[in-house]
Write a protein that binds this ligand. Structure first.
Ligand code: SF4
Length: 327
């Protein structure tokens, strides 16, 4: 690991000012992903701005939204009674993430900004367009079992690893930012970017911007939500396929639905077309299967991940059947 400078910020404005005025800097909170990347040479910074002392760890609810501070730790959010009551999918996604030790350390803002688990990206000796733009993407013709079947480009097919981001995508969350030009709010659907020809750019953050809070709208949908994560082992493992689903039912009929997926897209993958298949119709095996077919209609699987096309449809069927009581 190469040498870097280190400053402890006292206020969010202080943190942004230091980051904006220091070349090649980044913020650090739990450091559970960042320090591994720096140690392995997959990411390098000249300066770290420690934000752990900022007053951004609160969790509150008002009439409009559940508001989660960016420095709230994963464990705290997962176990918080407000989160469990208002948006169980968030709690379930967090409890399915990482290990208890990591959940104690890692903050919500950092969780949303964690980098892909693509092995080529994390190996500083490999080519990788995301790490070194223009160097190539060996995953497209190489080992791609964990990679995306939706949203990929000729430049990158990596998935985003955050379970929480998938759940927040299903619930139409908003990410609040503070930067050198002031505060702004970005819908999570616009926060994560498709790789296109610039896979090194993953999120809509501007230089020096800090995530301060995430807001989740209070809806009856959010209160009826679930997260299912399929992975290669039962703990401390990233999703092969995951589903965040929320349903609002009147009797057997779906009044409204939200569906987002992990492990299949190059960003947390929302599918409004699959939601539209369900809306206004009885929740049956037939309508669920139709929604699944719509979801994978544009899938472009690769050599090692063709199984995800069927697996994600089965995962969707399981979540919706459990949520909606389909026998
Ligand atoms: Fe790099 Fe993306 Fe290709 Fe992985 S899939 S090697 S992250 S460019």
């Amino acid at each position: 690991m190469r040498n870097f400078g280190y400053t402890v910020a006292r206020t969010p404005e202080d943190a942004v000012r230091i980051a904006a005025g220091t070349r090649n800097s980044t913020f650090v909170s739990g450091g559970t992903d960042l320090l591994n990347l720096m140690r392995d040479g997959a990411q390098a910074h000249d300066h770290l701005v420690d934000i752990n002392r900022l007053d951004l760890a609160g969790i509150a609810v008002d009439r409009q939204a559940l508001r989660i501070g960016a420095l709230a730790r994963m464990r705290h959010v997962a176990e918080h009674p407000l989160v469990r009551r208002e948006s169980p999918v968030l709690s379930e996604a967090l409890l399915a993430s990482a290990s208890p030790q990591v959940r104690n350390m890692a903050a919500i803002g950092g969780n949303l900004l964690q980098r892909t688990r693509c092995g080529y990206f994390r190996d500083a000796g490999s080519a990788c367009n995301k790490r070194v733009p223009g160097s190539g993407c060996p995953a497209i013709t190489g080992y791609n079992r964990g990679h995306a079947i939706l949203g990929g480009s000729d430049h990158c097919i990596a998935t985003h690893p955050s379970d929480l981001a998938v759940a927040l995508t299903a619930l139409d969350a908003t990410v609040h930012l503070l930067g050198p030009d002031g505060a702004r709010a970005v819908p999570i659907a616009d926060f994560y970017l498709l790789p296109g020809s610039t896979p090194e750019r993953e999120v809509a953050l501007r230089p020096g911007e800090l995530i301060t809070r995430v807001d989740v709208p209070r809806t009856s949908l959010a209160a009826q939500s679930r997260y299912l994560k399929l992975r290669d082992r039962a703990t401390f493992e990233f999703a092969v396929v995951s589903v965040a689903a929320a349903l609002q039912m009147t009797g057997r009929t779906v009044r409204d639905a939200r569906l987002a997926f992990g492990g299949i897209g190059t960003r947390p993958w929302r599918d409004t077309r699959a939601e539209a298949v369900l809306r206004g119709r009885p929740l049956t095996e037939t309508t669920i299967a139709e929604a699944g077919r719509v979801l994978v209609r544009d899938a472009k699987p690769h050599n090692d991940n063709r199984f995800k096309v069927e697996l994600v449809q089965r995962a969707l069927a399981r979540v919706l059947s459990e949520l909606g009581g389909v026998r």
